[in-house]
Design a protein around this ligand. Structure first.
Ligand code: PEP
Ligand code: MN
Length: 340
């Protein structure tokens, strides 16, 4: 971090700034020019609030050089984080396929879809019980009953489950859920993130509709700073000027996030495209680009789905896709091995 001082800074304020920084184990290297003095800070500046410095009367400008996230940063943790859930491992070269309906609707739907996606190679079952809908009149999810049906499908198939938690008060209902999903709209619900940071269970954080990589990684940092290192990042499409697709899948997020962070990166091609027929190609592109897994919406009868039917794959289309995804993943691994 660099602090550019104003001309003739008040010596008392300057001394108090320096002693505050020193108390935080920061070393200060002072460069005095003819008109400007610059303080170069060396040490762990990730916990320093840049705004506190910028607000000081003696400060002209402050520039951060190091990323503000530390726990999620690959610089401090060069190896990939691998997260164990049941018999599956997320990250570290494995391909995790999470699949299931947008919303839990009925027992028959959940059990049918769970059995089908398992047979196709999915290693986790998804299903929303609490749904963040844009309209208060749209189906809001079955709530507690939805989580009961999800547990039932888990028992029938042995697949671990992932489901969205929307607020802290829902926590006691999530005992049998294996991964907490934090939705795109809740990515910056810092209170929820901190509470999930105190749980001993993985948290998948979806990128907000218009959030930067740094903002997503700072959300991961909230969970990790509270003590939970089991965080999974999920790119699910961002808002742009395009209206044909629901969102735009940012494929570049995969190598970028994996460069910045050691956390696993999952791609959700269903919410990214909003159209089931665009899901297979984008899902395969994600695997080729190095994604650690996919989160795909699958329904036994998409035309009657209570939520996100247009982007949900039928079970047979998902089956074809899953075989292709495993093949692309295998091919990419062979390429990697050949080049190392
Ligand atoms: C979902 O996974 O069904 C969902 C609501 O996702 P997102 O938060 O990405 O919109
Ligand atoms: Mn959905």
């Amino acid at each position: 971090m660099f602090i550019v001082l104003k001309n003739n800074p008040d010596p008392v304020q300057l001394e108090s700034l320096k002693s505050w920084l020193t108390s935080k184990d920061i070393q200060i290297h002072t460069s005095e020019g003819t008109t400007t003095t610059v303080l170069g800070l060396v040490g762990d500046t990730s916990t320093i609030d840049i705004d506190i410095i910028a607000a000081l009367g003696i400060v002209e400008d402050v520039k951060r050089i190091q990323e503000p996230f530390k726990n999620a940063n690959r610089k401090f943790h060069p190896d990939d984080t691998v997260i164990k859930v049941g018999n599956t491992q997320i990250g570290g070269g494995n391909l995790t396929i999470m699949a299931g309906p947008c919303s839990v609707e009925t027992e028959e739907q959940m059990v049918t879809v769970a059995k089908a996606v398992k047979a196709s190679g999915a290693t986790m079952l998804r299903g929303g019980a609490f749904k963040p809908r844009s309209s208060p009149y749209a189906f809001q999810g079955l709530g507690k009953e939805g989580l009961r049906l999800l547990s039932l499908a888990k028992k029938e198939t042995g697949l671990p489950v992932i489901s969205e938690i929307m607020e802290v008060s829902q926590l006691p209902l999530f005992d049998d859920v294996d991964i907490f999903q934090v939705g795109a709209r809740n990515m910056q619900n810092f209170n929820l993130l901190s509470v999930l940071g105190k749980q001993d269970k993985p948290v998948l954080i979806k990128r907000g509709l218009s959030s930067t990589y740094e903002e997503l990684l700072m959300s991961a940092e909230y969970v990790m700073a509270s003590g939970n290192a089991q965080v999974i990042l999920c790119e699910r499409g961002i808002r742009t000027f395009e209206t044909y697709t629901r969102n735009i899948l940012d494929i570049g997020a995969i190598p970028a996030l994996k460069k910045l962070s050691h956390l696993p990166v999952i791609i959700d091609p269903s919410h990214a495209t909003g159209k089931w027929d665009l899901v297979p190609s984008t899902a395969m592109a994600a695997v080729a680009a190095g994604a650690d897994g996919l989160l795909i919406e699958v329904h036994n009868d998409p035309e009657k789905a209570l939520c996100d039917g247009p982007q949900s794959l039928k079970v047979d289309t998902f089956d074809e896709l899953a075989q292709k995804l495993l093949a692309v993943h295998g091919f990419m691994q062979e390429l990697e091995e050949g080049s190392s």
